[in-house]
Design a protein around this ligand. Structure first.
Ligand SMILES: C[S@@+](CC[C@H](N)C(=O)[O-])C[C@H]1O[C@@H](n2cnc3c(N)ncnc32)[C@H](O)[C@@H]1O
Length: 244
């Protein structure tokens, strides 16, 4: 019992240390982040995710076609927020969450978000989002800092409305190179395999509408491949589970 408790305490300490390191890294990077990422590293994920959302929303009936609440996890300086505003206009409530105060300060400058919170993304979902209240969850280039995605998926299912979407990216990992679905790269970032993501999605009644491999950004002069996902809270499976 004591050994389990000590192991859990060590795991929590390691997670807290990791979050602090990420926060410090992005506080330092915040000033040059956008210019560097977009101009030099050719980062287009916010537009890609917004285009995918527009496509899937256009196929839906009226109440889903007009998302009302969008939560941008790891919003950074707000590139996704601006892409979402361009797509959905002023009627949508847009929430941004990030660990880094300096990234959030940049996001605040152009006013795309209705509210911004300096928090860990999982803590935000667990403690600050009501069940079935979110139409769209975004996590662009951020789950690469989160090793275990089980709780993120559990929360995604809990907070999304039926039919709501979860759009995110991962760095590419082959099923053959991962242990328990993930591998920590030399960069310190985490790559998650498609098999792992699909298994989590299935476990949490999230249908995989799209999984596409794309160049995420330039790294060491070559495009870094990643997977871009569109998941939808699966209404049919929810109903089957309820009636079982
Ligand atoms: C590569 S940037 C991407 C920012 C933004 N999503 C975009 O596409 O421009 C990753 C962001 O995720 C944030 N981040 C990393 N881990 C996080 C966590 N556990 N909770 C909240 N934010 C996190 C970082 O502070 C950083 O701003």
């Amino acid at each position: 019992m004591a050994a389990t408790w000590i192991a859990r305490a060590q795991q929590l300490t390691a997670q807290a240390r990791h979050r602090l390191e990420v926060e410090e890294e992005f506080d330092e990077y915040a000033e040059e982040f956008e210019e560097h990422l977009v101009t030099v590293l050719d980062y287009k994920l916010p537009e890609i995710l917004a285009t995918k959302l527009a496509h899937h929303a256009s196929l839906e009936s009226e109440h889903l076609a007009q998302p009302r609440r969008v939560v941008d996890l790891g919003c950074g300086t707000g590139l996704c927020g601006r892409a979402i505003r361009r797509l959905l206009g002023e009627s949508v409530e847009l929430i941004g969450v990030d660990l880094s105060a300096c990234m959030l300060a940049r996001a605040k400058e152009d006013g795309a978000y209705d509210a911004l919170f300096q928090r860990d993304l999982l803590a935000h979902l667990e403690r600050h989002e009501r069940a079935e209240a979110v139409d769209v969850l975004l996590a662009a280039d951020v789950l690469i800092y989160v090793e275990h995605l089980e709780k993120v998926f559990r929360e995604a299912h809990r907070v999304l409305k039926r039919g709501g979407w979860f759009l995110f990216s991962t760095e590419l990992a082959l099923d053959t190179e991962v242990t328990e679905g993930r591998v920590v790269r030399e960069s310190g970032r985490i790559a998650h395999s498609r098999g792992y993501i699909e298994a989590l999605a299935s476990e949490h009644s999230l249908a995989v509408l799209e999984a596409e491999t794309i160049p995420l950004r330039i790294e060491d002069d070559v495009p870094l491949p990643g997977d871009c996902y569109v998941l939808q809270r699966d209404m049919a499976k929810d109903l089957r589970d309820r009636d079982a």
